[in-house]
Design a protein around this ligand. Structure first.
Ligand code: ZN
Length: 212
């Protein structure tokens, strides 16, 4: 995998997902980030996640890789060189507690292996992406399916917003948000990430007590 710089994630970017967690539909993009240490590529291996921090939910997302420095007016196709399907793993109980306290989400979203990505493929352009669904299978059963045509804030809006507020350049990733259907993982679950007819990544889950 290429060197990753900043990792941005969009929250509540699909109407049905915002509703399933009883959140309001945002009126401007809602972003958070993950440390680069959180990122792991799903190459068929076992991925360790914490067993002692409450429920862990999968959120399956289309992930874009930025290929060059952002300049005002650039299109998605000019900026994005690669894409992958990813999982934004979330400690849902920890997140609920943080939300209640009004604290940042880092503890719930930034733990080790919380940002899973498949193999990267050349970005085929926004219009092509709208014709191909991304999906997650858990133990052979499809648990999430999404399409970026249903995004509340489209890729261009997310890119422009991110660049304006935080900066955007080569090596940055954006997790673009999850559709509805998020749910828990358990020890031994086998996950498969795909795009259209293709499986782009797979892994199995090993739950292990995280220290401290
Ligand atoms: Zn997410």
């Amino acid at each position: 995998m290429k060197e990753i710089k900043n990792v941005y994630c969009v929250g509540r970017n699909y109407v049905l997902h915002a509703k399933e967690l009883n959140n309001d539909i945002p009126t401007s993009p809602f972003l958070f980030s993950k440390p680069t240490h959180a990122i792991v590529q799903a190459n068929g291996q076992e991925i360790n996640l914490p067993s002692n921090r409450g429920a862990i939910h999968f959120e399956t997302e289309l992930v874009i890789h930025i290929g060059r420095s952002y300049e005002t007016g650039m299109s998605v196709e000019e900026l994005v060189d690669l894409m992958a399907i990813g999982i934004d793993f979330t400690l849902r109980d920890v997140q609920a507690e943080l939300k209640q306290k009004g604290y940042p989400w880092l503890l719930a979203k930034g733990f080790s292996n919380s940002g899973v990505v498949s193999t990267f493929i050349p970005f085929p352009g926004v219009e092509t992406c709208k014709n191909i669904n991304f999906w997650l299978q858990k133990n052979g059963e499809q648990v999430q399916v999404g399409n970026i045509k249903d995004l509340i804030f489209d890729l261009q809006t997310i890119i422009d917003f991110t660049a304006l507020h935080f900066g955007l350049g080569r090596g940055d990733l954006i997790f673009t948000g999850t559709p509805s259907g998020v749910g828990p993982v358990a020890d031994g679950d086998k996950l498969s990430l795909g795009w259209g007819d293709e499986e782009l990544g797979k892994c199995s889950i090993k739950l292990k007590a995280a220290s401290c």
